[in-house]
Design a protein around this ligand. Structure first.
Ligand code: GLP
Length: 268
């Protein structure tokens, strides 16, 4: 795991946007795995700004979102399809036909999960998967004790997750307790993973993910087995890490090497 600790959530968004920009520059027809939640919004804003100045282009990209609430249609303001249209797709040059989010109102949700996996396979799999982190260590909607080999399926949300996401729903409004989510096995097949976590409320989950054992009680800990993961944290989210000095030293060295390589290639 490459651990990057930055001062603020804005720095986290910039760093993450740079990784996605690089991915799209090196492979314009990339398949991106995308996430919802409040954490990636600043990163999406940065990508929108870069798209407006033609620094990045989504014209050939395809996207697959991690999850969707069961029971909310695309027009529902709390659906993840609505969220993605609003926060990214409607503001960049992506072909809407190339944006996939599980259908939360499918007449046959089990078939929808199987079809989602097939579509992903047909697209060639995810090149870069963006992830947030639940307070309980979930990724997508893979709650603690989810099978570490799971595929796209319907999951029951924990009371903790329902409570954490309550802030998006108005009082008395129907809040789903089930969701369709890519599985942990599905996520692990991505060629590259970029996980963002900001704020002190995520610090316990961050410790378990990075320095704890690989265990289904913290689904994100499975990322320790992935060969290409970048975890980008702000200072507050990193506060519980035992080895944060080592991660910062390593990242500083990586940056030095990068600058060295860049200045050598420029002087040639
Ligand atoms: C939801 C989403 C996750 C997201 C998590 C954290 O449960 N299904 O993909 O990572 O929330 O959200 P936030 O970034 O708002 O803390």
């Amino acid at each position: 795991m490459k651990i990057v600790i930055l001062e603020t959530p804005e720095h986290v968004a910039q760093y993450g946007a740079e990784l996605i920009s690089k991915q799209l520059a090196s492979k314009p027809a990339s398949v991106l795995g995308l996430a919802t939640g409040s954490t990636p919004v600043a990163l999406y804003n940065e990508l929108i700004a870069r798209c407006r100045t033609s620094e990045v282009s989504f014209s050939q990209a395809t996207t697959f979102n991690l999850d969707e609430y069961l029971g909310l249609d695309a027009q529902h303001p709390q659906s993840y399809r609505y969220f993605m249209d609003k926060h990214l797709f409607n503001q960049v040059n992506i072909d809407p036909a190339n944006t996939y989010v599980p259908n939360g109102t499918s007449a046959d949700p089990i078939a929808e999960c199987e079809a989602y996996e097939l579509k992903l396979e047909k697209a060639g799999g995810v090149d870069l998967q963006l992830l947030g982190l639940g307070h309980n260590g979930h990724i997508g909607f893979n709650e603690p004790t989810s099978s570490l080999g799971s595929r796209t399926r319907i999951k029951t949300l924990t009371p903790e997750t329902i409570k954490a996401n309550q802030r998006f729903f108005s009082e008395g409004e129907f809040q789903p307790t089930l969701a369709i989510t890519m599985g942990i096995g599905t996520i692990m097949e991505s060629k590259q993973v970029v996980l963002l976590a900001t704020g002190a409320a995520k610090s316990d989950a961050v410790v378990e993910m990075i320095e704890g054992p690989i265990a289904a009680r913290c689904p994100a800990s499975i990322l320790q087995l992935h060969p290409k993961v970048t975890v980008i944290l702000d200072r507050a989210a990193s506060q519980g890490l035992e080895n944060s000095c080592f991660y910062e030293l390593t990242e500083a060295r990586n940056q030095e090497l990068l600058h060295h390589r860049q200045s050598r290639s420029q002087s040639r």
